[in-house]
Design a protein around this ligand. Structure first.
Ligand SMILES: Nc1ncnc2c1ncn2[C@@H]1O[C@H](COP(=O)(O)OP(=O)(O)OP(=O)(O)O)[C@@H](O)[C@H]1O
Length: 266
């Protein structure tokens, strides 16, 4: 099923989530429209990964409704839904020495390793190669996973997530552990996506305002499992709202499309 053009790609309606007796999300409501690119920010333990897990169809809410691509979680087979979502998780584990191309192709099987008795169609190989070229990995196609830098792995995982042409892309701290040049290269990669994938919608989790690509349109600030602000990024990322979300005085700046934050010293 394809979502109606004006229906939200992702919606949370009064979503709660409880684990081991702990109420991690006491009530989350927000909606993401088609073609929007969101960033989610919040202190350690605020619940960002929990929200991303629900958004990726990896868990059911304790109560409330999670709508993904026009379907409500609980009323649809999650496996089918997950095929329409690209998930970039830096904790993705590749144990065997696969080449970049093989890793990208695992996006078709939704597995971390090469699936036994599965071989890609020529059109799937073409698609994988096209994406590797777009993401600057064309020359490294045959390089094996253990020999890659963190930045190359990050770009390969984005290619893997995009190979099935997902409608929703979820990115969990993709710039973690990158040096400044690799981080900037990865951000440039994100910034080409609205041009190369016009219908794509994305939700990025990051800890640093400096790591927000210039193409991000909306922001959600999470505090103790509750969105304290959400909406167009310029309305949300203010000194007051960010300081409140992190319970710390933080001055926010926006220059040349990039964001930065520093502590306000008294
Ligand atoms: N299975 C679980 N059982 C109990 N508590 C959990 C479980 N999973 C997560 N939590 C707790 O829920 C809270 C939110 O976790 P989550 O990983 O979503 O936060 P986060 O905002 O992504 O944090 P970080 O920025 O540190 O990655 C944390 O306090 C965490 O310890």
């Amino acid at each position: 099923m394809t979502t109606a053009p004006d229906a939200p790609v992702l919606s949370f309606e009064d979503v709660t989530f409880q684990r081991s007796g702990k109420l991690i999300l006491p009530g989350v409501t927000f909606a993401i429209g088609r073609g929007e690119h969101w960033v989610m920010l919040g202190a350690n333990g605020a619940g960002k990964s929990t929200i991303l897990g629900l958004a990726g169809g990896n868990a059911h809410p304790t109560s409330g409704a999670v709508g993904i691509l026009g379907d409500q979680v609980g009323r649809v087979e999650l496996r089918a839904l997950r095929e329409r979502i690209g998930h970039v998780d830096p904790r993705h584990l590749v144990r065997s020495p696969l080449t970049i191309e093989e890793v990208v192709l695992t996006g078709f099987t939704g597995t971390a390793e090469k699936m036994m008795r599965w071989a890609p169609e020529p059109s799937q190989v073409d698609r994988a190669r096209e994406l590797m070229d777009t993401l600057g990995l064309g020359a490294k196609r045959e390089s094996t996973w253990p020999t890659l830098s963190q930045g190359e792995r990050g770009r390969a995982l984005i290619a893997r997530a995009l190979v099935t042409d997902p409608e929703l892309l979820l990115l969990d701290e993709p710039t973690t552990g990158l040096d400044v040049a690799a981080r900037e290269q990865l951000m440039e990669t994100f910034e080409v996506l609205p041009g190369t994938h016009p219908g794509l919608t994305s939700l990025l989790v990051t800890h640093h305002l400096e790591e927000i690509p210039t193409t991000v349109t909306h922001a959600l600030l999470l505090r103790d499992g509750v969105p304290s602000a959400h909406g167009p990024i310029r309305d949300v990322l203010t000194t007051e709202a960010v300081s409140a979300a992190f319970d710390h005085p933080i001055a926010v700046r926006h220059e040349d499309g990039r964001w930065s934050a520093r502590s306000i010293r008294r």
